[in-house]
Ligand binder design. Structure first.
Ligand code: NAI
Length: 461
Protein backbone atom coordinates (compact mmCIF):
# COMPACT_ATOMS: atom_id res chain seq x y z
CA UNK A 1 0.00 0.00 0.00
CA UNK A 2 1.37 3.44 -0.83
CA UNK A 3 -1.49 5.52 0.58
CA UNK A 4 -1.48 6.47 4.24
CA UNK A 5 -3.39 8.73 6.59
CA UNK A 6 -0.06 10.20 7.70
CA UNK A 7 3.46 10.37 6.30
CA UNK A 8 6.16 11.43 8.71
CA UNK A 9 9.54 12.58 7.40
CA UNK A 10 12.17 11.92 10.05
CA UNK A 11 12.35 9.13 12.63
CA UNK A 12 13.79 10.97 15.65
CA UNK A 13 12.04 11.75 18.95
CA UNK A 14 9.47 13.86 17.08
CA UNK A 15 8.86 11.40 14.25
CA UNK A 16 8.71 8.11 16.10
CA UNK A 17 6.58 9.51 18.94
CA UNK A 18 4.19 10.98 16.37
CA UNK A 19 4.03 7.60 14.61
CA UNK A 20 3.14 5.87 17.85
CA UNK A 21 0.48 8.40 18.88
CA UNK A 22 -1.04 8.52 15.38
CA UNK A 23 -1.24 4.74 15.23
CA UNK A 24 -2.90 4.71 18.66
CA UNK A 25 -5.34 7.26 17.27
CA UNK A 26 -6.29 4.91 14.43
CA UNK A 27 -4.24 6.42 11.59
CA UNK A 28 -2.24 4.40 9.08
CA UNK A 29 1.31 5.74 9.20
CA UNK A 30 4.46 5.66 7.05
CA UNK A 31 7.66 6.84 8.71
CA UNK A 32 10.64 7.78 6.51
CA UNK A 33 14.22 8.06 7.68
CA UNK A 34 17.34 8.35 5.55
CA UNK A 35 19.51 7.04 8.39
CA UNK A 36 18.58 5.07 11.47
CA UNK A 37 15.42 5.28 13.53
CA UNK A 38 15.89 7.28 16.71
CA UNK A 39 17.52 10.27 15.05
CA UNK A 40 20.39 12.26 16.52
CA UNK A 41 19.06 11.66 20.04
CA UNK A 42 19.44 7.89 20.00
CA UNK A 43 22.27 7.45 17.52
CA UNK A 44 24.63 10.37 18.01
CA UNK A 45 23.28 12.60 20.77
CA UNK A 46 21.43 12.14 24.04
CA UNK A 47 21.78 8.40 24.53
CA UNK A 48 25.41 7.82 23.50
CA UNK A 49 26.61 10.88 25.42
CA UNK A 50 24.71 9.89 28.55
CA UNK A 51 26.18 6.40 28.36
CA UNK A 52 29.68 7.88 28.11
CA UNK A 53 29.03 10.47 30.82
CA UNK A 54 27.83 7.78 33.19
CA UNK A 55 31.26 6.16 32.92
CA UNK A 56 32.83 9.57 33.57
CA UNK A 57 30.58 9.97 36.63
CA UNK A 58 31.61 6.56 37.98
CA UNK A 59 35.25 7.49 37.51
CA UNK A 60 34.66 10.81 39.27
CA UNK A 61 33.25 8.84 42.21
CA UNK A 62 36.33 6.62 42.30
CA UNK A 63 38.86 9.43 41.91
CA UNK A 64 37.20 11.52 44.61
CA UNK A 65 36.26 8.51 46.73
CA UNK A 66 38.67 8.98 49.63
CA UNK A 67 36.36 11.19 51.77
CA UNK A 68 33.74 8.42 51.45
CA UNK A 69 36.20 5.72 52.47
CA UNK A 70 36.59 4.49 48.91
CA UNK A 71 40.16 3.95 47.82
CA UNK A 72 40.52 3.23 44.12
CA UNK A 73 44.12 3.56 43.10
CA UNK A 74 44.94 4.22 39.45
CA UNK A 75 41.27 4.54 38.55
CA UNK A 76 40.98 5.52 34.89
CA UNK A 77 38.61 5.36 31.94
CA UNK A 78 39.06 2.58 29.44
CA UNK A 79 37.82 4.58 26.46
CA UNK A 80 37.53 1.56 24.15
CA UNK A 81 35.37 -0.25 26.69
CA UNK A 82 33.21 2.85 27.17
CA UNK A 83 32.67 3.11 23.40
CA UNK A 84 31.84 -0.57 23.13
CA UNK A 85 29.22 -0.27 25.86
CA UNK A 86 27.84 2.90 24.24
CA UNK A 87 27.36 1.00 20.97
CA UNK A 88 25.64 -1.82 22.83
CA UNK A 89 23.25 0.55 24.59
CA UNK A 90 22.34 2.25 21.31
CA UNK A 91 21.79 -1.16 19.69
CA UNK A 92 19.46 -2.33 22.46
CA UNK A 93 17.38 0.84 22.28
CA UNK A 94 17.32 0.80 18.45
CA UNK A 95 15.99 -2.75 18.50
CA UNK A 96 13.35 -1.71 21.05
CA UNK A 97 12.28 1.17 18.84
CA UNK A 98 12.05 -0.97 15.70
CA UNK A 99 9.99 -3.49 17.67
CA UNK A 100 7.64 -0.76 18.88
CA UNK A 101 7.08 0.60 15.36
CA UNK A 102 6.25 -2.92 14.20
CA UNK A 103 3.88 -3.46 17.11
CA UNK A 104 2.12 -0.22 16.18
CA UNK A 105 1.83 -1.24 12.52
CA UNK A 106 3.91 1.73 11.40
CA UNK A 107 5.42 1.25 7.92
CA UNK A 108 9.06 2.27 8.30
CA UNK A 109 10.78 3.19 5.03
CA UNK A 110 14.54 3.77 5.04
CA UNK A 111 15.33 6.35 2.39
CA UNK A 112 15.55 10.07 1.70
CA UNK A 113 12.05 11.46 1.30
CA UNK A 114 11.01 14.65 -0.48
CA UNK A 115 7.61 16.21 -0.96
CA UNK A 116 6.53 16.17 -4.60
CA UNK A 117 3.24 18.06 -4.57
CA UNK A 118 -0.46 18.01 -3.79
CA UNK A 119 -2.74 15.26 -5.12
CA UNK A 120 -6.47 14.53 -5.01
CA UNK A 121 -5.78 12.25 -2.06
CA UNK A 122 -3.66 14.78 -0.15
CA UNK A 123 0.11 15.06 -0.58
CA UNK A 124 2.70 13.10 -2.55
CA UNK A 125 6.09 12.12 -1.16
CA UNK A 126 8.86 10.59 -3.26
CA UNK A 127 11.62 8.32 -2.04
CA UNK A 128 13.94 6.16 -4.16
CA UNK A 129 11.78 6.82 -7.22
CA UNK A 130 8.61 5.56 -5.53
CA UNK A 131 5.60 7.77 -4.89
CA UNK A 132 3.67 7.59 -1.65
CA UNK A 133 0.55 9.55 -0.75
CA UNK A 134 -0.91 10.75 2.53
CA UNK A 135 -3.79 12.84 3.77
CA UNK A 136 -1.53 14.54 6.29
CA UNK A 137 2.20 15.21 6.57
CA UNK A 138 4.47 15.72 9.54
CA UNK A 139 7.88 17.24 8.88
CA UNK A 140 10.26 16.08 11.60
CA UNK A 141 13.61 16.15 9.82
CA UNK A 142 15.63 17.45 12.76
CA UNK A 143 18.80 19.52 12.76
CA UNK A 144 22.50 19.40 11.98
CA UNK A 145 25.65 20.90 13.48
CA UNK A 146 26.48 24.45 12.47
CA UNK A 147 29.87 24.99 10.84
CA UNK A 148 31.16 28.15 12.52
CA UNK A 149 32.42 31.07 10.42
CA UNK A 150 35.98 30.47 11.55
CA UNK A 151 38.94 30.74 9.20
CA UNK A 152 40.43 27.31 8.48
CA UNK A 153 37.63 25.36 10.16
CA UNK A 154 36.35 23.79 6.93
CA UNK A 155 39.81 22.39 6.12
CA UNK A 156 40.23 21.26 9.71
CA UNK A 157 36.87 19.51 9.65
CA UNK A 158 37.67 17.89 6.31
CA UNK A 159 40.94 16.49 7.68
CA UNK A 160 39.21 15.39 10.91
CA UNK A 161 41.59 17.57 12.95
CA UNK A 162 38.39 19.38 13.91
CA UNK A 163 35.30 17.36 14.74
CA UNK A 164 31.67 17.91 15.65
CA UNK A 165 29.78 16.03 18.34
CA UNK A 166 28.98 13.30 15.81
CA UNK A 167 32.64 12.36 15.25
CA UNK A 168 33.44 12.90 18.93
CA UNK A 169 31.13 10.01 19.76
CA UNK A 170 33.04 7.70 17.47
CA UNK A 171 36.58 8.68 18.42
CA UNK A 172 38.88 5.72 18.89
CA UNK A 173 41.73 7.59 20.58
CA UNK A 174 41.73 10.31 23.23
CA UNK A 175 43.56 13.50 22.12
CA UNK A 176 46.19 14.77 24.53
CA UNK A 177 44.98 18.37 24.25
CA UNK A 178 41.41 19.13 23.16
CA UNK A 179 40.21 22.65 22.35
CA UNK A 180 36.44 22.92 22.56
CA UNK A 181 34.87 25.81 20.66
CA UNK A 182 31.65 26.73 22.46
CA UNK A 183 30.72 26.48 26.13
CA UNK A 184 27.11 25.44 25.44
CA UNK A 185 25.49 22.12 26.30
CA UNK A 186 27.41 19.95 23.83
CA UNK A 187 30.75 21.63 24.54
CA UNK A 188 30.38 21.20 28.30
CA UNK A 189 29.11 17.61 28.27
CA UNK A 190 31.86 16.45 25.94
CA UNK A 191 34.47 18.50 27.83
CA UNK A 192 33.40 16.63 30.93
CA UNK A 193 33.84 13.25 29.23
CA UNK A 194 37.17 13.96 27.52
CA UNK A 195 38.54 15.49 30.71
CA UNK A 196 37.65 12.29 32.58
CA UNK A 197 39.15 10.24 29.76
CA UNK A 198 42.49 12.01 30.20
CA UNK A 199 42.52 14.90 27.69
CA UNK A 200 43.72 18.32 28.71
CA UNK A 201 40.51 20.14 27.79
CA UNK A 202 40.14 23.89 27.23
CA UNK A 203 36.70 25.31 26.50
CA UNK A 204 36.66 28.60 24.60
CA UNK A 205 33.42 30.55 24.92
CA UNK A 206 32.79 33.97 23.45
CA UNK A 207 30.22 34.95 26.08
CA UNK A 208 31.26 35.84 29.62
CA UNK A 209 29.45 32.79 30.98
CA UNK A 210 29.13 29.13 30.12
CA UNK A 211 25.88 27.24 29.50
CA UNK A 212 24.26 30.23 27.74
CA UNK A 213 20.66 30.38 28.92
CA UNK A 214 21.24 28.69 32.31
CA UNK A 215 20.52 30.85 35.35
CA UNK A 216 23.60 33.00 36.11
CA UNK A 217 24.52 31.63 39.54
CA UNK A 218 23.99 28.02 38.43
CA UNK A 219 26.28 28.69 35.48
CA UNK A 220 28.96 30.17 37.79
CA UNK A 221 28.83 27.17 40.15
CA UNK A 222 29.04 24.78 37.20
CA UNK A 223 32.08 26.67 35.91
CA UNK A 224 33.78 26.34 39.33
CA UNK A 225 32.98 22.62 39.57
CA UNK A 226 34.31 21.85 36.10
CA UNK A 227 37.46 23.91 36.74
CA UNK A 228 38.00 22.00 39.99
CA UNK A 229 37.84 18.78 37.98
CA UNK A 230 40.55 20.05 35.64
CA UNK A 231 38.75 21.61 32.68
CA UNK A 232 40.28 24.93 31.56
CA UNK A 233 38.17 27.82 30.30
CA UNK A 234 38.65 30.94 28.22
CA UNK A 235 35.57 33.13 28.60
CA UNK A 236 34.78 36.29 26.64
CA UNK A 237 37.07 34.72 24.05
CA UNK A 238 36.19 34.13 20.43
CA UNK A 239 37.86 31.54 18.24
CA UNK A 240 38.62 33.20 14.91
CA UNK A 241 41.01 30.78 13.29
CA UNK A 242 41.74 27.08 13.32
CA UNK A 243 45.22 26.13 12.18
CA UNK A 244 45.37 22.47 11.22
CA UNK A 245 47.36 20.37 13.70
CA UNK A 246 48.45 23.49 15.60
CA UNK A 247 45.48 24.92 17.46
CA UNK A 248 43.03 27.79 17.57
CA UNK A 249 43.48 31.54 17.55
CA UNK A 250 41.51 33.33 20.24
CA UNK A 251 40.42 36.96 20.09
CA UNK A 252 39.34 39.18 22.95
CA UNK A 253 37.61 42.49 22.26
CA UNK A 254 38.46 42.10 18.58
CA UNK A 255 42.19 41.70 19.22
CA UNK A 256 44.15 38.45 18.76
CA UNK A 257 44.91 37.33 22.32
CA UNK A 258 46.28 33.82 22.26
CA UNK A 259 47.06 30.79 20.16
CA UNK A 260 45.83 27.76 22.02
CA UNK A 261 47.70 24.63 20.97
CA UNK A 262 45.54 21.54 20.50
CA UNK A 263 45.79 18.00 19.14
CA UNK A 264 42.09 18.07 18.25
CA UNK A 265 39.32 20.66 18.05
CA UNK A 266 35.69 20.07 18.90
CA UNK A 267 33.32 22.54 17.25
CA UNK A 268 30.19 22.83 19.39
CA UNK A 269 28.72 26.14 18.31
CA UNK A 270 25.09 25.20 17.84
CA UNK A 271 22.77 23.31 15.53
CA UNK A 272 20.54 24.44 12.66
CA UNK A 273 17.23 23.07 11.34
CA UNK A 274 17.52 20.57 8.49
CA UNK A 275 14.88 21.51 5.92
CA UNK A 276 17.02 21.45 2.74
CA UNK A 277 16.06 18.94 0.09
CA UNK A 278 12.53 18.36 1.38
CA UNK A 279 11.07 20.35 -1.54
CA UNK A 280 8.80 22.23 0.85
CA UNK A 281 8.23 24.85 -1.86
CA UNK A 282 6.38 22.26 -3.94
CA UNK A 283 3.37 22.64 -1.65
CA UNK A 284 4.07 26.15 -0.33
CA UNK A 285 5.37 25.38 3.18
CA UNK A 286 7.19 28.46 4.46
CA UNK A 287 10.61 28.45 6.13
CA UNK A 288 12.48 31.21 7.93
CA UNK A 289 16.26 30.81 8.03
CA UNK A 290 15.78 27.08 7.51
CA UNK A 291 13.16 26.64 10.25
CA UNK A 292 9.76 25.35 9.16
CA UNK A 293 7.23 27.94 10.31
CA UNK A 294 4.21 26.63 12.24
CA UNK A 295 1.38 28.12 14.24
CA UNK A 296 0.90 27.25 17.92
CA UNK A 297 -0.92 24.06 16.89
CA UNK A 298 2.24 22.91 15.06
CA UNK A 299 0.50 23.31 11.68
CA UNK A 300 2.34 25.03 8.83
CA UNK A 301 0.56 27.56 6.62
CA UNK A 302 -0.57 24.59 4.49
CA UNK A 303 -3.60 22.87 6.07
CA UNK A 304 -2.82 19.24 6.85
CA UNK A 305 0.95 19.77 6.93
CA UNK A 306 2.51 19.91 10.38
CA UNK A 307 6.07 20.15 11.71
CA UNK A 308 7.65 19.21 15.04
CA UNK A 309 11.09 19.07 16.64
CA UNK A 310 14.39 20.76 15.79
CA UNK A 311 13.28 21.54 12.23
CA UNK A 312 10.89 24.14 13.67
CA UNK A 313 13.91 25.85 15.28
CA UNK A 314 11.96 26.53 18.47
CA UNK A 315 13.52 24.51 21.31
CA UNK A 316 16.14 22.06 20.14
CA UNK A 317 15.58 19.39 22.76
CA UNK A 318 14.42 15.81 22.27
CA UNK A 319 11.63 15.99 24.85
CA UNK A 320 10.33 19.24 23.36
CA UNK A 321 10.31 17.53 19.94
CA UNK A 322 8.25 14.65 21.28
CA UNK A 323 5.75 16.96 22.92
CA UNK A 324 5.41 19.07 19.75
CA UNK A 325 4.81 15.87 17.81
CA UNK A 326 2.12 14.76 20.25
CA UNK A 327 0.38 18.12 19.93
CA UNK A 328 0.59 17.94 16.12
CA UNK A 329 -0.96 14.45 16.03
CA UNK A 330 -3.68 15.38 18.53
CA UNK A 331 -4.56 18.31 16.27
CA UNK A 332 -4.60 16.16 13.13
CA UNK A 333 -7.15 14.05 14.97
CA UNK A 334 -9.36 17.06 15.64
CA UNK A 335 -7.88 18.44 18.87
CA UNK A 336 -6.51 21.90 19.61
CA UNK A 337 -3.43 21.19 21.70
CA UNK A 338 -0.56 23.58 22.19
CA UNK A 339 2.88 23.18 23.77
CA UNK A 340 3.64 24.94 27.04
CA UNK A 341 7.15 26.18 26.33
CA UNK A 342 7.28 27.64 29.85
CA UNK A 343 7.38 24.10 31.21
CA UNK A 344 10.06 22.50 29.02
CA UNK A 345 13.01 21.50 31.19
CA UNK A 346 16.62 21.58 30.08
CA UNK A 347 19.48 19.63 31.61
CA UNK A 348 23.24 19.62 31.29
CA UNK A 349 24.46 16.14 32.17
CA UNK A 350 27.86 17.17 33.46
CA UNK A 351 29.19 16.19 36.89
CA UNK A 352 27.52 17.90 38.71
CA UNK A 353 24.29 18.05 36.71
CA UNK A 354 22.49 21.34 36.13
CA UNK A 355 18.78 21.49 35.35
CA UNK A 356 16.39 24.28 34.69
CA UNK A 357 12.77 24.98 33.80
CA UNK A 358 10.77 28.14 33.26
CA UNK A 359 11.54 31.67 34.33
CA UNK A 360 14.57 32.99 36.19
CA UNK A 361 14.19 36.10 38.29
CA UNK A 362 16.01 37.97 35.52
CA UNK A 363 13.88 36.63 32.64
CA UNK A 364 10.67 37.32 34.58
CA UNK A 365 11.81 40.92 35.19
CA UNK A 366 12.65 41.32 31.50
CA UNK A 367 9.12 40.19 30.66
CA UNK A 368 7.61 42.49 33.27
CA UNK A 369 6.29 39.58 35.34
CA UNK A 370 6.09 40.04 39.11
CA UNK A 371 8.32 37.32 40.58
CA UNK A 372 10.12 36.24 43.71
CA UNK A 373 12.88 33.75 44.25
CA UNK A 374 13.85 31.44 47.05
CA UNK A 375 17.37 30.04 47.08
CA UNK A 376 18.48 27.08 49.14
CA UNK A 377 21.78 25.30 49.43
CA UNK A 378 21.36 21.67 48.39
CA UNK A 379 22.85 20.93 51.81
CA UNK A 380 19.33 21.42 53.20
CA UNK A 381 18.74 17.89 51.86
CA UNK A 382 20.06 15.20 54.20
CA UNK A 383 20.55 12.80 51.33
CA UNK A 384 22.58 15.39 49.41
CA UNK A 385 24.90 15.86 52.38
CA UNK A 386 25.21 12.07 52.78
CA UNK A 387 26.26 11.68 49.16
CA UNK A 388 28.07 14.94 48.31
CA UNK A 389 31.13 15.65 50.41
CA UNK A 390 31.77 19.41 50.15
CA UNK A 391 28.97 19.82 47.60
CA UNK A 392 28.09 23.40 46.70
CA UNK A 393 24.83 22.83 44.80
CA UNK A 394 21.88 25.18 45.03
CA UNK A 395 18.17 25.13 44.22
CA UNK A 396 16.27 28.25 43.20
CA UNK A 397 12.50 28.34 42.92
CA UNK A 398 10.80 31.29 41.24
CA UNK A 399 7.16 32.11 42.02
CA UNK A 400 4.78 34.63 40.49
CA UNK A 401 2.41 37.08 42.10
CA UNK A 402 -0.38 34.50 42.24
CA UNK A 403 1.52 32.02 44.40
CA UNK A 404 2.46 29.62 41.64
CA UNK A 405 5.84 28.21 40.68
CA UNK A 406 7.04 29.59 37.34
CA UNK A 407 10.68 28.50 37.37
CA UNK A 408 13.19 26.19 39.04
CA UNK A 409 16.96 26.01 38.66
CA UNK A 410 19.10 23.34 40.27
CA UNK A 411 22.74 22.35 40.28
CA UNK A 412 23.77 19.19 42.09
CA UNK A 413 23.39 15.44 42.03
CA UNK A 414 20.07 14.13 40.68
CA UNK A 415 19.15 17.57 39.23
CA UNK A 416 18.03 15.89 36.00
CA UNK A 417 15.55 13.73 37.91
CA UNK A 418 14.36 16.36 40.40
CA UNK A 419 13.50 18.88 37.72
CA UNK A 420 10.56 16.71 36.55
CA UNK A 421 8.76 17.50 39.83
CA UNK A 422 9.30 21.20 39.22
CA UNK A 423 7.93 20.78 35.68
CA UNK A 424 4.82 19.20 37.18
CA UNK A 425 4.45 22.14 39.58
CA UNK A 426 4.60 24.60 36.70
CA UNK A 427 2.44 22.62 34.28
CA UNK A 428 -0.26 21.86 36.89
CA UNK A 429 -0.36 25.50 38.08
CA UNK A 430 -1.07 24.20 41.57
CA UNK A 431 -0.75 27.00 44.14
CA UNK A 432 2.22 26.77 46.50
CA UNK A 433 -0.23 26.37 49.41
CA UNK A 434 -1.46 23.09 47.84
CA UNK A 435 1.98 21.94 46.73
CA UNK A 436 3.13 22.12 50.36
CA UNK A 437 0.80 19.20 51.15
CA UNK A 438 2.50 16.94 48.56
CA UNK A 439 4.72 14.40 50.35
CA UNK A 440 8.18 13.60 49.00
CA UNK A 441 10.03 10.43 50.06
CA UNK A 442 12.70 10.92 52.73
CA UNK A 443 15.64 10.95 52.42
CA UNK A 444 15.86 12.13 48.81
CA UNK A 445 17.75 14.94 47.15
CA UNK A 446 14.41 15.94 45.61
CA UNK A 447 13.13 17.00 49.03
CA UNK A 448 15.03 20.20 48.35
CA UNK A 449 12.08 21.30 46.25
CA UNK A 450 9.58 20.72 49.04
CA UNK A 451 11.91 22.48 51.48
CA UNK A 452 12.14 25.42 49.06
CA UNK A 453 8.35 25.79 49.04
CA UNK A 454 8.42 26.32 52.81
CA UNK A 455 11.04 29.06 52.44
CA UNK A 456 8.65 31.14 50.35
CA UNK A 457 7.31 33.93 52.52
CA UNK A 458 3.53 34.42 52.51
CA UNK A 459 4.17 38.12 51.70
CA UNK A 460 5.95 37.07 48.51
CA UNK A 461 2.95 35.15 47.15
P1 NAI B 1 24.75 26.02 22.04
O1 NAI B 1 24.03 27.01 21.22
O2 NAI B 1 24.14 25.47 23.28
O3 NAI B 1 26.19 26.63 22.46
C1 NAI B 1 27.15 27.11 21.52
C2 NAI B 1 28.08 28.09 22.20
O4 NAI B 1 29.15 28.38 21.32
C3 NAI B 1 27.43 29.41 22.56
O5 NAI B 1 27.56 29.64 23.93
C4 NAI B 1 28.20 30.45 21.72
O6 NAI B 1 28.37 31.67 22.39
C5 NAI B 1 29.55 29.74 21.50
N1 NAI B 1 30.32 30.14 20.30
C6 NAI B 1 29.86 30.26 19.02
N2 NAI B 1 30.86 30.62 18.19
C7 NAI B 1 31.99 30.73 18.93
C8 NAI B 1 33.36 31.08 18.65
N3 NAI B 1 33.78 31.36 17.41
N4 NAI B 1 34.25 31.10 19.68
C9 NAI B 1 33.84 30.82 20.94
N5 NAI B 1 32.56 30.50 21.26
C10 NAI B 1 31.65 30.44 20.28
O7 NAI B 1 25.13 24.85 21.01
P2 NAI B 1 25.59 23.35 21.24
O8 NAI B 1 26.26 23.19 22.56
O9 NAI B 1 26.35 23.01 20.02
O10 NAI B 1 24.22 22.55 21.30
C11 NAI B 1 23.37 22.51 20.14
C12 NAI B 1 21.95 22.13 20.50
O11 NAI B 1 21.86 20.80 20.96
C13 NAI B 1 21.38 23.02 21.56
O12 NAI B 1 20.15 23.51 21.11
C14 NAI B 1 21.21 22.13 22.75
O13 NAI B 1 20.09 22.49 23.51
C15 NAI B 1 21.07 20.73 22.14
N6 NAI B 1 21.62 19.73 23.06
C16 NAI B 1 21.01 19.50 24.25
C17 NAI B 1 21.55 18.62 25.15
C18 NAI B 1 20.88 18.42 26.46
O14 NAI B 1 19.73 18.78 26.59
N7 NAI B 1 21.53 17.87 27.45
C19 NAI B 1 22.78 17.88 24.87
C20 NAI B 1 23.33 18.22 23.60
C21 NAI B 1 22.77 19.10 22.74
Amino acid sequence: MSKFDLIIIGGGPAGYVAAERASDGGMSVALFDMNKLGGVCLNEGCIPTKTMLYSAKLLDGAVHGAPYGVIAENARLDHQAVMKRKDKVVKILSAGLAFKMKAKNVTVIYGKAAISGKTDFGFAVTSDGQIYEARKLLIASGSQSVTPPIEGIAESLASRYAITSREALAMTAIPERLAVIGGGVIGLELACYFNAAGSKVTVVEMLDKIAGPMEDEISTILLGSLKKRGVDFRLGAKVTRAERYEGVTIERDGEPAEILPADAILAAVGRKPRSDGLELDSIGVRTERGSVVTDKYMQTGVPGVYAAGDVTGKVMLAHAASREAEAAVANMLGGSETVNYGAIPSVIYTTPEAASVGETLKSAAERGLPANETKLSMRFSGRYVAENEGGDGICKVVTDGSGRVIGTHIIGSCASEIIASAVMMIESRMPVSDLKRVVFPHPTVGEILRESLFQIREDDL
